[in-house]
Design a protein around this ligand. Structure first.
Ligand code: FAD
Ligand code: UDP
Length: 385
């Protein structure tokens, strides 16, 4: 074990990008991954009908980070898929984020024209206005618009996703889907977006294909690593003897689990995915349809519409949010002051280990898109490697 310069826990974006960057600096790296596959939550695979599905929910790549884009395009080519989402509002399909096209669908022509002018003069063409900010507008008509969007796009979807009102969740969360003063229907505004040709898993396979990287699948960190009194101990197999380890450790799993939940469990939201297959060419109008006023699921994604047309019929997935509990996958950190304070208690324990680095959605207890965690992993390796 001490022949490895670094042991990385987790083979998702955080762990895989860090591993490759360290390997290219000549470091020998071992990755421990508890799942039977690489790629973390971005893992994709072909189902029995040959359709490329995203096992842990729909992942669409988009970025303004040249650093992340350049790095990832060494291992894949992103196609020109442009992500657009529709909301099903009582059977009417409205583009989301709510924009000037949505306005024209949701309101009678004369009113829509007036609201359009008000939005443009108040906020400027091309601006992105978080719903909570639009609700503060002094103009009664803009307030009415804000109430419409709040009620029909945010309130019920957010209740399903978080069991909270939009104003109760961290403002950064709802700000990801602002009201957009534009006629562009895209879900993201980043200059680079697309889906990896051949899929995410293939991209990860290429990233991890390096002589300095070994990957052990089906291996929870605890089988190999122990943390006690500021010292890291390792063993080769479950029966092996513990030895001191003085290399780097990059941990991308749940930080509360790492320290045996001594301060209690960090709260998360989880999801249940229900996959369905249909012997039809098309199930719905867009790759993703959000159910913002009805149903128990938040959205339906239809994989073939992500620009990989292979496979027979069409496969969809419905996302049912649920409370997180032991045995489920923690998908979303619930960001608020209390939970951040609890996180800091775990961080304080981690800080006692000088060569332990926390990286990623779970270890840092924060929201990261794929590009953001890629850029962060590269930065971390520049800092420490
Ligand atoms: P993960 O992908 O969670 O990887 C962590 C890995 O560590 C996992 O493989 C896990 O099994 C392993 N692990 C954990 N603990 C241990 C342990 N003790 N021992 C061994 N292994 C362990 N981002 C976008 O940019 N665009 C999108 O469209 C998008 N859609 C999303 C949709 C959903 C439903 C979700 C939940 C997320 C989405 N994301 C999206 C975010 C994206 O999933 C994350 O940016 C990415 O997964 C973060 O990578 P990570 O390595 O931090 O975490
Ligand atoms: N949201 C909503 N209605 C929508 C889309 C998003 O209320 O039609 C809110 C909801 O609270 C969600 C948040 O905005 O959790 C962020 O949405 P995003 O699509 O970024 O969520 P993710 O893809 O990360 O699940």
């Amino acid at each position: 074990m001490n022949t490895y310069d670094a042991i990385i826990v987790g083979a998702g974006y955080a762990g895989s990008v860090a591993a490759r960057a360290l390997a290219e600096k000549g470091k020998k790296v071992l990755i421990l991954e508890q799942r039977p596959h690489i790629g973390g939550n971005a893992y994709d695979e072909r189902d029995e009908y040959g359709v490329l599905i995203h096992t842990y929910g729909p992942h669409i790549f988009h970025t303004s980070s040249e650093k992340a884009y350049r790095f990832l395009t060494r291992f894949t080519h992103f196609n020109d898929y442009h992500h657009e989402v529709l909301a099903n509002v009582h059977g009417t399909m409205i583009p989301v984020p709510f924009n000037l096209n949505s306005l024209a669908i949701a309101f009678p022509a004369e009113k829509a024209a007036r609201l359009r002018e008000k939005l443009i003069s108040q906020y400027g063409m091309g601006s992105r206005v978080p719903i909570l900010k639009l609700r503060e507008s002094a103009d009664p008509e803009l307030q009415e618009l804000a109430e419409y969007v709040y009620e029909n796009i945010f309130l019920h979807y957010t209740a399903k996703q978080w069991e909270q009102k939009p104003e109760e969740v961290d403002p950064s969360v709802t700000a990801r889907v602002p009201v957009v003063v534009s006629e562009e229907n895209g879900y993201f505004q980043d200059p680079w977006q697309g889906m990896p040709e051949g899929g995410y898993t293939e991209m990860f396979e290429k990233m991890l294909d390096h002589e300095n990287i070994d990957v052990r699948l089906g291996t929870p960190a605890k089988d190999v690593l122990q943390f006690a009194d500021g010292k890291v101990l390792v063993r080769d197999d479950a029966a092996g003897e513990l030895q001191d380890y003085d290399g780097l450790v990059i941990y991308t799993g749940e930080i509360d689990a790492l320290f045996d939940y001594v301060h209690g469990a960090l709260p998360y939201r989880s999801l249940r995915f229900a996959f369905e297959h249909y012997e039809e060419d098309s199930f719905q109008e867009a790759a993703v349809v959000n159910y913002t006023v009805s149903e128990d699921y938040t959205r339906i994604s239809e994989f073939k519409k992500f620009a990989d047309p292979a496979g027979q019929g069409t496969t969809i997935v419905k996302e049912y949010p649920q409370k997180h509990q032991k045995g489920l996958i923690p998908y979303y950190a619930i960001l608020n002051d209390e939970n951040r304070a609890l996180y800091q208690q775990y961080k304080a324990i981690a800080d006692r280990y000088p060569k332990l680095y926390l990286l990623g959605r779970l270890a840092e207890y924060q929201y990261y898109n794929m590009d953001a965690i890629t850029a962060r992993a590269l930065e971390l390796v520049e800092e420490i490697g």
